[in-house]
Unconditional design. Structure first.
Lengths: 115, 110
């Protein structure tokens, strides 16, 4: 069982749809992350939030829009995605003491397919 | 930019054999972390190494951090079928995001 909960587990959407991925953690972590993982590849960092503020955006296309409503929740809003965006989207959280030096706890991920 | 190289990409062993994966960075790291991802699963944190020359053990797993803090290794003694998965090293410079190596996928036959 993971302490980081992601919904939905699977999502199929068309290129014109708008959908959102959700992530929740109750470990009191103040750093939260979105990663994209393609098959047989390592996780690729997309965004980092520290104290609910966006601290890192790894040049992600604007069709991906992150949101951190509070310290426990992280959303990723999707709009006009492309087929190459099909991947496993992982959320992670960590304590914030030199955030990048702290172990990250990953959710199970959302497996996204773009038709 | 900063890169973390990991070899081998794949390794197949017979149950009971040993296994090692190696990680190498072009720059000195502040720390290195190791994660395991089972097939169909998510990365799970195994350990973090911070000090130069550090060695840590978890049962059959031994983790090392090089003296120059540029390389690391994970060694599994007497592999079991439960060890299958992809092992990622992830390094960072202080205050920067983790950079994951490409991972080593371990398969074990009984």
């Amino acid at each position: 069982d993971t302490e980081v909960t992601q919904t939905p587990k699977h999502l199929v959407m068309g290129m014109t749809n708008k959908k959102s991925l959700k992530c929740e953690q109750h470990m009191g972590h103040r750093a939260m992350y979105w990663y994209k993982q393609k098959a047989k590849k390592p996780p690729e960092l997309m965004f980092v939030y520290s104290y609910e503020k966006l601290s890192i955006n790894e040049s992600v296309p604007s069709r991906f829009s992150p949101e951190c409503p509070n310290s426990s929740l992280l959303n990723l809003h999707l709009h006009a995605l492309q087929p190459e965006d099909s991947a496993l989207y992982l959320c992670a959280s960590s304590r914030l003491q030199g955030a990048q030096d702290q172990p990250q706890h990953f959710g199970d991920g959302t497996r996204l397919s773009i038709l | 930019g900063q890169q973390v190289m990991q070899i081998p990409q794949y390794q197949h062993v017979q149950e009971g054999e040993d296994f090692t994966t190696y990680c190498n960075s072009s720059t000195t790291l502040s720390n290195i972390q190791w994660y395991k991802q089972r097939p169909g699963g998510h990365p799970v944190f195994l350990i973090q190494l911070v000090k130069s020359g550090e060695v840590k053990k978890q049962k059959r797993l031994t983790f090392q951090f090089g003296e120059a803090k540029k390389n690391s290794s994970l060694h599994i003694t007497a592999t079991q079928t439960t060890d299958v998965g992809t092992y990622f090293c992830a390094g960072s410079l202080s205050g920067t995001a983790l950079i994951f190596g490409k991972g080593t996928t371990l398969s074990v036959s009984s």
